[in-house]
Design a protein around this ligand. Sequence first.
Ligand code: CP
Length: 311
Amino acid sequence: MRHLIDPLDFTREETDRLLTLAEQILANPADYAHACDGKILATLFYEPSTRTRLSFESAMMRLGGKVLGFSSAGSSSASKGESVADTIRMISGYADIAAMRHFKEGAPYVAARYSKIPVINAGDGGHQHPTQTLADMLTIRRKRGQISGVTIGLCGDLKFGRTVHSLIKSLVRYEDVNFVLISPEELRVPSYILKEVIEPSGHSWREVRDMEEVMPQLDILYMTRVQRERFFNEEDYVRLKDSYVLTKEKLDLGKKDLAVLHPLPRVNEIAPEVDDDPRAMYFEQARGGVFVRMALILTLLGLAPGVLDAE
Ligand code: CP
């Protein structure tokens, strides 16, 4: 049995095949409408979500399966002190596959250790968000035809932004990727990502403060929200929250075929005037999240032969 807790739980080849399956589903959704008849997905969300939880639920429903779950720790027996280990033991008897979001880093990993069904990390604290990465990579691949050779600017809260950490971990496995890390000093990428992921990969990277200065060089601009819920004090959040606001004027410094991505939700970091620009791809990126999650559910349930390497 396989789980997806960290992006590296799948090889690059497995990830590529999963993205190809997502593209096939996107092109012919009717072919998959009954692929999960009789199967149940549990969505165990201890932290708020709109896109991830609802796209998982939409994915399972579009595959013909059913969904159960909870959308906050407060509405589950976690509020009475039940552990993640005990919860997943129960859920293993109620569902065939589970997606878990948790405010504590490592909670989905613990769940996977005690689970009898595949567990998917739907975001753990400031750590990883591997299914968002699948949606990000699908968007990049559909836009450019490939992932290799991309110059990507990651902008905003690179310290707490788990989507950034997972995306970097995945992108280093492709050829000729150039990272431009755009953030205030206080919100730089954690040193373990730099030292253990980017530097050993040999890819070029640099840290900059100014977005405008690097805009003309980017193929992808990956904007992120400053993660208010992970700050220790409100004062620091207020000081940093509007560090970057992408306006139409700034966007026009970029290439004509630039793609602007954002895992969403956005707060102020992309002005609504950007939404109508063809380079704004974040809503399409969120829509793609349904198809990558359909592909992932099929894969982990053993219903997509050929995606995962033989054990
Ligand atoms: N991108 C993302 O994780 O959004 P939600 O928090 O709404 O799930």
